[in-house]
Structures are given as structure tokens and as C-alpha cells.
Design a protein around this ligand. Structure first.
Ligand code: ZN
Ligand code: ZN
Length: 426
């Protein structure tokens, strides 16, 4: 995340906004205290300022990225309310900030392979009170070079950046007045948050809130990696390494894209069954040596009657070097490996350059599914409501705030799909 700065003229406008807005609300959430430490704490939430909305959180996923923060693999400031994968209902809307919906980046849909049906229904409207909204951890600014290229997922100054820690951005405080940040501007592991209106994407209100939460990170990341970053075509073959929430979403994305064969690979045999339920056609337990795993995969492929080359597309959703090496070894000459999982910040990859160049293969990096949140969130929610994507099967367990420590521990073990915090309403 880039460092945040106070926006021009924000102070005066906010003072006006506060005088017109509803009262401060009490809330409760998971507060990151520094590497290795968090607490469940109460906090107070200001009314929304111009261009902001206040959201009663319905659900928040517990993502591996949160674990990277907690375990100190990613340097992040403290204290802040954790979480970046959430959905909730708009409780109040700040005073008009001026300007309508932003041209926050065209989606790259020219050769869209995911057959998501109808085109976008025109410029999206802003969030209104009562809307079910999916929160985006990158809310494109609509003005930077990346946004103007139509690549909003690479925005360099998203709304709410700097984890809302700059003096003018703080909207939540401990009861003693101490400022709290909100992770990625949305801090979804808190029961109430103020977020940028551009980060709150209204979706079909019939969407299961737990599913809506997962659309905010894992589902968009996994499905988008397949359909938008790699642009898998109908009839192609795919391998997915690492079957957590993102990897399972990639399996679903491969099915949506019409992949003919989907090989699911994980070091934990128990995780393969879920992938099979979601559409994987072949299952492979990853061994300690990536080249052995790749050889097993080529044997599987030979079983399809197609020789011993690798697959057309491989994806690493594990974020581990062994997983990435497996994905690289799994692809055929001229094929594409897409890196999706996020490793610790210090991770480095060794590459046999001679063999790689000779292979004519490609390595892609996929960030937030190469998708503009305001477009893909709506599409994915529609798929869920219509039953064309069984996203509810990514939910391993619905938990309360008190269960978050156990959920982090399960993530460390690599156990299960997604655990989702459900917030009590009222
Ligand atoms: Zn995430
Ligand atoms: Zn931008």
C-alpha cells in the first residue's frame, strides 16, 4: 500500500459533513498491534465525510494476506483494524463530494473469455443507504496513469490508501481517543467502518453476505486470474497449485472459462476433495520436489492421450516458492504460468533462464484478478445468485470475532477453504 496523504480541502468539507451526519457509532473489531499481536477491541466510528459511506459489516473473510500482516511477513503499521475482504450494508452516506461516478477504468473485456453474459448496465450508481456492498481493497482513483489505461487494479492512489492513518483520513478511534487505522482503507474485521464511496460496490442484495465478502478478495483474485489475467480459452488445460480460497476460486474460474481439464494440486490430500467438488477433473498431491510433482502431472496428461507435455496454463495460488516452481514446471512449452499467491516480502525465485527461454513459455503476474472491482464484483455476485458459480462452497466455516485466533491458526496449517466472520447485527 502506498502512503496516504490528506486530500486537498478535506478538513473544511469534513467539518461541514460532520455537522449534517448521524452520530458516532460504537463498534468492535480485530485490532492489529504489531507483528504477532492482535486484540478484540471496541472502537468508535465517526460519521462519513464527503465521498464516504459508513457500513455495518455483515461478513469478513480471513485471508492469507491478513496472516502475512499478523506474522510480520509484510510490514504494516499499527494499530489498525485488520481485514480486507468484506461486505456489509450501507448505514449512512456522507454529504455529496461533487462529481458523479468516476471513469474508474474500463475493464479489459475485448476478448473476455468468461462469458459473463450481459454487458455492464452503464455507469454504476453510487452506494445508497441499505445497499449490500462489497468492499474493494483497491478503489481506483480514476485519474492516475494506470486508471486511465483501464487498469484500475494497478491504481497508485486508491481512495483510503495509507490505511486511513493520515490525520485527515482517520474515522475510527479507541474510546480514549487514540486513532486507529483501517487496513487497506476498509478494515473489514470491524463491525462498522467508514470507507470511500468508491470502495463500496453495490451488488445484488440477494447475494449471501459471506459470499459477498469473499468476492472482495479471494473470488475476484482467483476467478479473475483465470478469466482476465491469463484469459484461459474454452478447451484449454489448466493446473492450479495451492487450494486455499484463491486456488479454489481459480478452479471455479477455469470451469467458467470452459477449460477441458483442470488439475488441482496441493500438498495436503484433504484439500483435493473440495477442488473435485468444484470442478477439478484431476487431483495431484504435491511432493516435496516440484520437478517430481510436475512429472506426475505429465503422467496424468499422458493418461488423457496427449503426450507428456505440460498443461496450457498453470497458476500458483500458494504464494510459496515450491508452489511457484511446481506451477512453472507444470506448463507446456509456450504455455503460461500465472503467479497469483502473495509470498512474504523477502521471497526470491531462482529461474533456470536457459531452459525457460528455450521453452518459449510466459510468466504473468496477476493482481486483484486484473479486474476493476466495480465491474467484476457485480458480475460475480450475479453468477452466485443465478447459481452459475457455487461460491458458497468456498465458505469452510462461519465464525465470530472470538474465533479469529483459531482461524489464523488454521491458515498457518493450510487447513480448509475460507473462514468467514459473521457480524451480529443490531
Ligand atoms: Zn485477500
Ligand atoms: Zn488510479
Amino acid at each position: 500500500m502506498s502512503a496516504g496523504g490528506e486530500r486537498e480541502g478535506g478538513g473544511a468539507a469534513r467539518a461541514l459533513g460532520q455537522s449534517q451526519s448521524p452520530a458516532t457509532l460504537d463498534a468492535e473489531g480485530i485490532v492489529f498491534l504489531g507483528p504477532g499481536a492482535f486484540e478484540i477491541a471496541r472502537y468508535r466510528v465517526d460519521p462519513p465525510g464527503p465521498g464516504e459511506v459508513r457500513v455495518r459489516m455483515a461478513a469478513s473473510g480471513v485471508c492469507h494476506s491478513d496472516l502475512h500482516v499478523l506474522d510480520g511477513h509484510w510490514a504494516r503499521p499499527a494499530p489498525l483494524v485488520m481485514g480486507h475482504e468484506g461486505a456489509g450494508w450501507v448505514e449512512s452516506v456522507g454529504p455529496a463530494a461533487g462529481g458523479g461516478p468516476k471513469a474508474a477504468g474500463r475493464p479489459s473485456v475485448a476478448a473476455e473469455p468468461d462469458a459473463t453474459g450481459a454487458a455492464s448496465p452503464g455507469p454504476r450508481r453510487g452506494p445508497r443507504v441499505g445497499d449490500l456492498v462489497v468492499l474493494a481493497w483497491t478503489a481506483p482513483c480514476g485519474r492516475c496513469a494506470a486508471c486511465l489505461r483501464g487498469e484500475g487494479w494497478l491504481c497508485i492512489s486508491p481512495a483510503g490508501s495509507g490505511h486511513r492513518r493520515a490525520a485527515g483520513d482517520v474515522r475510527i478511534r479507541r474510546p480514549d481517543g487514540t486513532a486507529l487505522g483501517a487496513y487497506s482503507g476498509i478494515g473489514t474485521m470491524g463491525s462498522v467502518q467508514v470507507v470511500a464511496a468508491d470502495a463500496a460496490i453495490p451488488v445484488d442484495p440477494r447475494t449471501d453476505p459471506a459470499v459477498a465478502a469473499l468476492i472482495g478478495c479471494a473470488v475476484t483474485t482467483g476467478v479473475g486470474a483465470v478469466t482476465r489475467s491469463a484469459r484461459v480459452q474454452p478447451g484449454q488445460t489448466v493446473a492450479v497449485v495451492g487450494l486455499g480460497g484463491v486456488g479454489l476460486a481459480a478452479v471455479l474460474g477455469a470451469r467458467l472459462a470452459g477449460a477441458r481439464r483442470i488439475v488441482a494440486i496441493d500438498r495436503l490430500p484433504a484439500k483435493l476433495d473440495r477442488a473435485a467438488e468444484l470442478g477439478a477433473t484431476d487431483l495431484l498431491v504435491a511432493g516435496a520436489d516440484p520437478s517430481e510433482t510436475a512429472a506426475s502431472l505429465r503422467a496424468i496428461r499422458a493418461g488423457w492421450g496427449e503426450g507428456r507435455d505440460g498443461v496450457d496454463h498453470s497458476f500458483d495460488a500458494s504464494g510459496s516458492i515450491a508452489g511457484i516452481e511446481t506451477a512453472l514446471a507444470a506448463v507446456r512449452p509456450g504455455g503460461t504460468t500465472t503467479l497469483v499467491g502473495m509470498p512474504p516480502q523477502a521471497a526470491r525465485l531462482e529461474l533456470d533462464v536457459y531452459s525457460f527461454v528455450e521453452s518459449g513459455a510466459r510468466i504473468l503476474a496477476s493482481n486483484y484478478g486484473s479486474a476493476v472491482p466495480s465491474e467484476i464484483f457485480v458480475e460475480l455476485a450475479r453468477h452466485s445468485v443465478e447459481g452459475s458459480l457455487p461460491l458458497e462452497r468456498l465458505v469452510e466455516e462461519r465464525i465470530g470475532l472470538a474465533d479469529v485466533a483459531a482461524a489464523f491458526e488454521a491458515l498457518r496449517r493450510g487447513d480448509g477453504a475460507r473462514r468467514v466472520i459473521i457480524f451480529a447485527q443490531g
